[in-house]
Design a protein around this ligand. Structure first.
Ligand code: HEC
Length: 301
C-alpha cells in the first residue's frame, strides 16, 4: 500500500513537471489570436500559390507560409517585435512579395499594417490546433475579411509571359555558336586557309541574331519573375551583361561582314580579339543565368 502511494506521488509529480515543461502553454489572448488569424488569412490569400506546403517546388525553398509557428521560428523571416528587420514584413511592404508574376495583387495598406502590428506584438503564433484547422476551413468557406479581387492577367500579357519562357532555350544559340566560332577561327589561324572565314562569318552572324533574340526574350522573362536579395543582384548583372554581350556579338558580326579580314591582316587580328572577348562574355552571362536557377555555388565539387 505504502509502495503504491509512493508510485502515485512520483507519477503525479512527473506529470506535473512534464506539463510545466511543455512549450508556451499560455494561451493567446483575444487580440493576439485575432491578429494571428488575420495574418494567416492574408498569407492564405496572397502567398500559398508559391509558398504553399503542397507545392513540389515552393519558390525560394520556402514552402510553409501557413505554418505560422515555423515561419516565426525562422529568424531571417521574423524578428519578434521588429518588423523592419523581418523579411516577411519588408518584402510585403515593398511589394516584392507577392511578386510581379503573381496572380494576386500586392498587399493593401491595411494588410501591410496588420502584418506589421502582428510582428510588433511579438508575432504570436501558438494557435490552438483546433483553431488552426477551423480557421483554415472558415477562410476557405467564408468570404475573406480582406476581399481580394483577383485580376486575371490580360491575354497579351499572358502571351508575353509564355514567350519569355523561351529565353533559356534561346540562349543555347549564342552560347554554342560563339564558342564554335572561336574553334573555327583557331583552325583558320592554324591552317592559314582562307576558306575558314566563310564558316566563321556564318557562325558569328547567326550567333549575333541568336544573341539579340535571347536578350529580348530575357527582358520579357525577367518582367515576370520576383527575385529578391542576392538573386536580385545576380539578375541585375545577368541582365546587363547579357544585353552587352548581344550588342558585342552584333559588333563582331559587323566587323567580319564589312571588312575583308584577310588572314594576317590587322582587321583579322582585331576581329579575333573581339570574338574572344565575345565568347568570354557569353560564358560569364550564361554562368550568371544558371546561377539564378541553381545558385552561385552550382559548380562546387
Ligand atoms: C508568384 C509567386 C510568389 C508569391 C505569390 C509570393 N512569393 Fe515569396 N517568393 C517568390 C520567389 C520566386 C522567391 C524566391 C526569390 C529569390 O530566390 O530571390 C520568394 C521568396 C520569398 C521569401 C524568402 C526570401 C529569402 O530571401 O529567403 C519570403 C520570406 C517570401 N517569399 C515571402 C512571401 C510572402 C509573405 C508572400 C505573400 C504575401 C509571398 N512570398 C508570395 C515568389 C512568390
Amino acid at each position: 500500500m505504502k509502495f503504491l502511494l509512493c508510485w502515485t506521488l512520483l507519477l503525479s509529480t512527473l506529470l506535473a513537471t512534464g506539463q510545466c515543461g511543455l512549450p508556451s502553454a499560455t494561451p493567446l489572448n483575444e487580440e493576439q489570436l485575432r491578429m494571428a488569424l488575420q495574418v494567416l488569412d492574408i498569407f492564405k490569400a496572397k502567398c500559398v500559390d508559391c509558398h504553399g506546403a503542397d507545392l513540389p517546388r515552393p519558390k525560394g525553398k520556402f514552402g510553409y507560409v501557413l505554418d505560422l509557428k515555423r515561419v516565426v521560428e525562422t529568424p531571417k523571416y521574423v524578428v519578434k517585435g521588429d518588423p523592419e528587420k523581418s523579411d516577411i514584413y519588408t518584402l510585403v511592404r515593398d511589394d516584392d512579395m507577392p511578386g510581379d508574376d503573381a496572380n494576386v495583387p500586392p498587399l493593401t495598406e491595411n494588410e501591410k499594417a496588420i502584418v506589421k502590428r502582428w510582428i510588433e506584438m511579438g508575432a504570436p503564433s501558438d494557435l490552438p490546433p483546433a483553431t488552426e484547422s477551423a480557421s483554415a476551413q472558415a477562410v476557405a468557406a467564408e468570404p475573406s475579411i480582406f476581399p481580394i479581387t483577383v485580376h486575371p492577367m490580360p491575354l497579351w500579357k499572358q502571351g508575353f509571359r509564355w514567350l519569355g519562357r523561351f529565353h533559356p532555350l534561346s540562349t543555347h544559340f549564342p552560347v554554342a555558336l560563339m564558342f564554335v566560332a572561336v574553334l573555327a577561327e583557331a583552325f583558320a589561324w592554324w591552317s592559314r586557309r582562307e576558306g575558314w572565314i566563310e564558316t566563321v562569318r556564318f557562325l558569328v552572324v547567326i550567333a549575333a541574331l541568336g544573341g539579340v533574340s535571347a536578350a529580348g526574350l530575357g527582358w520579357l522573362n525577367a518582367w515576370f519573375t520576383s527575385y529578391v536579395g542576392q538573386s536580385a543582384s545576380i539578375l541585375l548583372w545577368h541582365r546587363w551583361l547579357g544585353t552587352g554581350t548581344a550588342v558585342w556579338a552584333v559588333i563582331c558580326a559587323g566587323l567580319i561582314m564589312t571588312h575583308e579580314c584577310r588572314e594576317g591582316s590587322l582587321q583579322r587580328a582585331r576581329f579575333r580579339g573581339a570574338l574572344l572577348l565575345g565568347a568570354f562574355l557569353v560564358g560569364v552571362t550564361g554562368f550568371l543565368g544558371s546561377a539564378l536557377i541553381y545558385g552561385l555555388d552550382h559548380y562546387n565539387w
